[in-house]
Design a protein around this ligand. Structure first.
Ligand code: XMP
Length: 344
């Protein structure tokens, strides 16, 4: 039988991974910080924060290595969870990060006006995000270049499964992961990906060892296009408000009942239908919301969480009584496959 050769970059990656998996979090941090200091020297790095675990831990690790030479950009596309933009920025400030928060809500709402097709929404949100990030990056670069100190690096929260997914069966790297393709060519940035040898659970352990709060580290996954894929039909500021409020009641209740950490991912979905109801003796005709909570390991398959019925009834009445514009709540009991986790 023919001997298979392993591509050199793959062999090197595997050897690096073998070394990293022997390290306790504190030792990993010490090594990573020393390497980053050596690699980056006095260079500046920009990084897009999403509020998620991977980009946040990447930022805190880089901050430990190069401090103010790390500049983070956090974009509000208007499709974040309720108060998320403010809360996450506060968390980042406590962690000592240098964060530029960009409120781009108006741009996204105007570009999304009247769009109902899920794929088109995703494209508009993805492109809008890259536009805003590039614009901010260029502004920063011009300001730095004026001081003779151009930005040279892009930080990314790539993790080991992202790298493995980017390889072909013979171990060759076949595509680079993430949204590198959207970067302005003229900036010519090099990539720095300090978590690229770690699995998610290891990233979480590193985050905790770096002093990050458990609530930041143990957050449920949240899609890049945010509530954009949970708002079925047209996206308007008023419909975003309704969904944010309903989602907030659900997620806060999961926390209060001690259920949040027992669920892999959860959220509310605003349906594109209205339903008849009755309130104070008057007929109402308002929006219907679906709740989704799943168990999963890798998002490839997912199972509905059997949340206590008492809990679901309480959340339903809290949403209907407190969120203006909703008079009906349903619980999604579909499994993936054949359903997906998100509705769009
Ligand atoms: P589905 O709906 O495909 O979702 O079962 C699987 C996981 O991926 C997340 N998801 C996304 N994440 N951009 C993202 O960054 C997207 O367009 C997107 N669509 C789905 C979803 O939240 C779940 O964790």
């Amino acid at each position: 039988m023919e001997n298979k050769t392993i591509a050199p970059d793959y062999a090197q990656l595997v050897a690096q991974r073998e070394h990293v998996q022997t390290l306790a979090p504190a030792a990993f941090i010490e090594e990573a910080v020393a390497e980053l200091k050596q690699q980056l020297g006095d260079d500046k790095v920009i990084l897009a924060l999403s509020g998620g675990v991977d980009s946040s831990v990447t930022a805190v690790l880089l901050n430990k290595a190069i401090g103010k030479n790390l500049i983070c950009i956090f974009v509000d596309h208007g499709l974040l969870r309720k108060n998320e933009f403010e809360n996450v920025q506060r968390d980042y400030e406590h962690l000592g990060l240098n964060v530029i928060g960009v409120d781009a809500k108006a741009k996204f709402y105007s570009e999304l006006a009247g769009v109902t097709d899920p794929e088109q929404k995703r494209k508009i949100i993805g492109k809008g995000f890259i536009d805003v990030f590039n614009e901010e990056a260029k502004k920063l670069n011009n300001a730095s270049a004026a001081l003779g100190d151009r930005i040279k690096w892009l930080g990314q929260g790539t993790i080991y499964p992202d790298i493995l997914e980017s390889m072909s069966a013979d171990g060759k790297v076949v595509k680079s992961h993430h949204n590198v393709g959207g970067l302005p060519k003229e900036m010519n940035l090099k990539l720095v990906e300090p978590l690229k040898l770690l699995f998610k659970n290891e990233v979480r352990a590193i985050g905790l060892a770096l002093g990050m709060k458990a609530h930041l580290i143990n957050r449920h996954p949240f899609p890049g296009p945010g509530l954009g894929v949970r708002l079925l039909g047209a996206i308007t500021p008023e419909r975003v408000r309704i969904l944010q409020d309903a989602d907030d009641v659900f997620i806060s209740a999961l926390r209060e009942w001690g259920l949040y950490d027992k669920v892999w991912q959860a959220g509310a979905i605003l349906l594109p239908v209205q339903a008849v109801g009755v309130a104070n003796g008057e007929r109402t005709y308002e929006n219907a919301v679906a709740l989704r909570a799943v168990h999963s390991v890798d998002a490839m398959t997912a199972d509905v969480v059997e949340l206590p019925f008492e809990f679901l009834k309480k959340v339903s009445s809290d949403i209907i009584n407190n969120v203006q514009g909703v008079n009906r709540v349903t619980y999604d009991i579909s499994q993936k496959p054949p359903a997906t986790i998100e509705w769009e």
